[in-house]
Design a protein around this ligand. Structure first.
Ligand code: ATP
Length: 313
């Protein structure tokens, strides 16, 4: 039995220690918004399935092997010979500015189609999590998202969308045109404050939140970077400040945050408690290098409450 299913593109990730054009040492790992969330949830003890297509190549093996090692179910993922595993380069250009370079056009994941993801919803998970990145990969992945979201919702699975706009993949107008039809099927919407209008165009944030709640969304969650987050349900709202942590690498904070929030939903926590878990997992991602490597296990969740400089023995 799976608590939560997700799917999308996971790439081989190279982290450059110097500007890429200078060459030098790179560290190889994996990265993908949905698999980052999957790892975050698995670390917290939830049963999570990631589905996707990787190339029939060594980096595809790295993706599947890493997810398996993290306790993520990849039994519905497969290799596909039509394209390679995508590649993402992270270049720490200056101390607190990371540049991301994609080599993902024509990747195996761009061939993801409804038939690749629908079997991953059987048996029915409690939650399906999708992001706005997958439909930006092309018409087939967009159809996969629409069919999975529709089928899951009709079967009684709660559907979570993280809007996750990627300006390098498509324009805001294109994103809005594809994401808005998903709205009737969504239970949980997570977005940065500058992304909410892509799914709910309205003049003010208050109006956007109201439009989403009126459409049947039960949780509207807004990420505000170093300012923390807010969340709204039809009955209540909550605000949580970001935790005060040293910033090592902000990439992946949003996915870590989403993992924490969904973990709180699965555990039946009330709104302030699930938002608190989200800002905590977000802070772990910010305070450690890598997208997902520093995410906490359940036992580690209280670790950031320790004073700076603490040695845990
Ligand atoms: P990304 O796309 O880089 O993963 P995002 O834009 O989706 O990030 P953010 O709003 O930057 O998401 O971050 C998500 C959450 O992580 C925030 O709501 C906050 O709780 C936490 N967070 C982000 N930046 C910081 C920070 N500097 N210090 C502490 N917590 C942070």
């Amino acid at each position: 039995m799976i608590d939560i299913a997700t799917f999308g593109e996971t790439m081989a990730a190279l982290r450059a220690l110097d500007p890429v054009r200078l060459g030098g040492t790179m560290r190889l790992s994996i990265a993908g918004a949905e698999s980052n969330v999957a790892i975050g949830l698995a670390r917290l003890g939830h049963r999570v399935r990631w589905t996707g297509l990787v190339g029939d190549d060594e980096t595809g093996e790295l993706v599947l092997r890493t997810l398996r090692a993290e306790g993520v179910d990849v039994t519905r993922a497969r290799t596909d010979e039509r394209g390679p595993t995508g590649l993402i380069l992270f270049e720490r250009r200056v101390a607190d500015l990371t540049r991301v370079i994609y080599h993902r056009a024509g990747s195996a994941a761009s061939f993801l189609a409804p038939d690749d993801v629908l079997p991953s919803l059987d048996p029915r998970p409690r939650i399906l999590h999708v992001t706005g990145i997958t439909p930006a990969l092309g018409p087939r992945p967009a159809a996969a998202v629409l069919s999975a979201v529709t089928a899951a919702s009709k079967a009684g699975t709660r559907v979570c969308l993280d809007v996750n706009h990627r300006a390098s993949l498509w324009s805001r107008a294109e994103a809005s045109d594809v994401l808005r039809p998903l709205l009737p099927w969504l239970s949980i919407v997570i977005a940065s404050d500058d992304e909410l209008d892509l799914i709910a165009p309205a003049a003010t944030e208050r109006d956007r939140v109201k439009a989403l709640l009126d459409a049947g969304v039960t949780d509207v969650v807004i990420k505000r970077g170093a300012d923390g987050a807010t969340a709204h349900t039809p009955k209540t709202e909550a605000r949580a400040p970001a935790l005060d942590v040293p910033v090592a690498d902000t990439v992946g904070a949003g996915d870590a945050f989403t993992a924490g929030y969904l973990s709180g939903v699965l555990d039946g926590l009330d709104l302030p408690a699930r938002l608190n878990r989200a800002v905590t997992t977000g802070a772990f991602a910010v305070a450690s290098p890598g997208d997902w490597e520093g995410l906490p296990t359940r036992r580690e969740l209280p670790l950031l409450e320790a004073p700076p400089g603490t040695t845990v023995r």
